[in-house]
Design a protein around this ligand. Sequence first.
Ligand SMILES: [Fe+2]
Ligand SMILES: [Fe+2]
Length: 465
Amino acid sequence: MIYSFYHITDVHYYSKRNFKCDWRTFPQPNTQICILRSEEAFKKALEIVTEDKDTSTVIITGDLTDHGESYSHEEVRDILQEFTDNGGNPFVYTDNHDYPYFSVHGFDENGKKFPMEHLPEDVVKEMYYPFARGKAFDTFDDGTTYIAEILPGLYHIAMGYDAKDTKSLLYPYFSDELMDWVKMHVEKAQQKGATVICSTHRPVVAPSPAYEVVGKGHSFIDGDKRIKQLADMGIRLFFSGHSHAQCLKEITSDKGNKIYSVQTSSIAAFPPKMRKITIDTEKGTAYIRTIDIELPDLGMSFSEYAKKGFLGIIEKIPYNMEHDVVAFANTEGGISLPKDLILKHPKIVMFLGRKLNGLTYSKVAKFSKKYHDLTEADYESVKDKKFVNLVLDLIANLYRGNAHYSPETVEYKITMGSFRKIEKLLSVLHIDIKKTLNGYTLAEFIEPLLYNSGPDDDNTTVKLG
Ligand SMILES: [Fe+2]
Ligand SMILES: [Fe+2]
């Protein structure tokens, strides 16, 4: 059998009706989400599915709206209904951005934010019933978890989760009862010869060590254990969103079973992407392909446009470290910095900011010269480049996927060399950086941001075994 379907996530739809001013004249806000273009991005993504002759099926794994006020939810529901009326087959669920966990705002005639009301969580869940548990053949607990036959012989288990912090759904985990329920359904499906895929909104495994640290509490507690249990049940593909990172990871259980964690970026943030998956059960493969969302009239690609908005936050970080520590500590956009620690040590932060902004490639290469094999001639052409721009690019790599500074590049060698030297200096001072970095060394922390040594994050064919 060949099964094709799409994965879209983190729609972050923001209704144009929330603007009392003309949104067209509104400057692109420096946020991770392109709220001015989220409607177009969602419609474009569904148009791609509608025009595909292979399939009309799509799973949409949460954060349907940006902040969950009623205009946005109503419009997303209407768009899904129209898509369905045109033959589309969506399976969706809601998550943290769709519920009352964030303050909700519109923009008044002068472009100033004003507070708006949030739809209650139970009302939100009910709105998407026809595209979620209304199409399921069984549900677990309150119905957030459901199993549906998304194509004849292909089952999708949308897995809800519990969270230690119930007010923000942080520190998520799968209960033993849920895992038992999933196992029961996987076994039943296997007896029928069906294929099962699973998904949940938040990353079961963090896309990178850096994400684990800066996005503390966003990935699953015991995620590694849970995904390996799913692998041992026979699940081979697990989809998620939330991190807005484009990432594909192969995980092998202790019993040798492989599972692929497929995390897809938001369609309305940098990089704006969706995926098409084609499972061939006879060959035992899944072809996972990435499609970039393109929108007209931006004067640049949507990806560049989204990066501009996103880096608007990030680019300020080195400047703020040196000149405005409070603003640095309050950096927004899905980045959780250790605010208290930063505010406690403003002079250290300012010193680090000043040093960071003054760094060139040649200074960094000289600093770490015992930790790499480069000569001055090797980096002559890039010696005056600002190192901080490379740091910004590494931050973009946290989301972009396929980090591209291979081990032969100057960038890789001077960055890894420097971090190894810093690690050494810290150990002399008896500072255990691993405690701050979730058990990772500095080198382990930084390397995945330089270079992707795993499967291609965008396009790859995986063996399902
Ligand atoms: Fe999101
Ligand atoms: Fe989310």
